[in-house]
Design a protein around this ligand. Sequence first.
Ligand code: PDD
Length: 290
Amino acid sequence: MIYLNGKFMPIEEACIPVLDRGFIFGDGIYEVIPAYSRKPFRLAKHLDRLQHSLDGIRLQNPFSNAEWKNLLEQVIAKNDGEDQYLYLHITRGVAKRDHAFPVNVPPTIFIMSNPLLPPPAELLVSGASAITAIDNRWIRCDVKAISLLPNVLLRQLAVDVHAIETILIRDGFLTEGAASNIFVVKDKVLLAPPKSHLMLPGITYDVILELAAANKIAHEIREISETEIRKADEILLTSSTKEIMPITLLDNNSVGNGKPGAMFTQLHALYQQYKATHMRGNASGDTEDL
Ligand code: PDD
């Protein structure tokens, strides 16, 4: 069951007009929100980022945070599975094709849910492979825009060689993955690229840095050069749907000793504990400010 413009319906019955600006221009933004034990994870943070994306494309937020929470909970309740991920999508609505914003046109609002499966156990044990590519996206990557053509093309480069992700490099420095954030480990220090308009401020990225700080794991937030990526002891990938994963092969070369490392093992365990806290109902970032 999905939500579309005020109504719940089976996804097969959901239709949008061809003049929707999401279809014509990719003129919209989205969020992906995991729900564990049917409870949205870090909801307040996802709704903050939704607001940031809406501000970035000058679209008014159609709902208050309390209204979003209510709507998302209804979608979760109408779908199977304890763990789900919610996909929330807002476009600038339906109007005659013209680049200029239409006046007095309601946005199109769509929410769907899919089962949220943990990453395959074998990838957590043996690690996954990734490739690198030049980051050729626009320079507002902090906006979670539905116009994802560059990300789609970059991600496909990885799929073509049976890798799981494309790690992006802009002007010699790490930005993020085509659909994930990337951390590097060197000499037991966790390195994270600083948030900027060149990367999506990942919700999982924040959780990892909070866990590092709370557990006295040495970490630095700073620019990471391409050479540092290639000489890393460990590379870690994070996203709402993949949680945290070890990258053990980069452009066909082993990362460190070619096995998931101690930093991955520790952060993965801490992330699972944090999820358990969330399911018990007292994790930070879940519903604060709602
Ligand atoms: N993608 N960077 C990009 C470009 C992303 O698309 C994503 C997530 C992330 C990680 O952000 P978060 O930890 O908040 O999921 C970073 C989602 C999962 C997607 O598009 O499906």
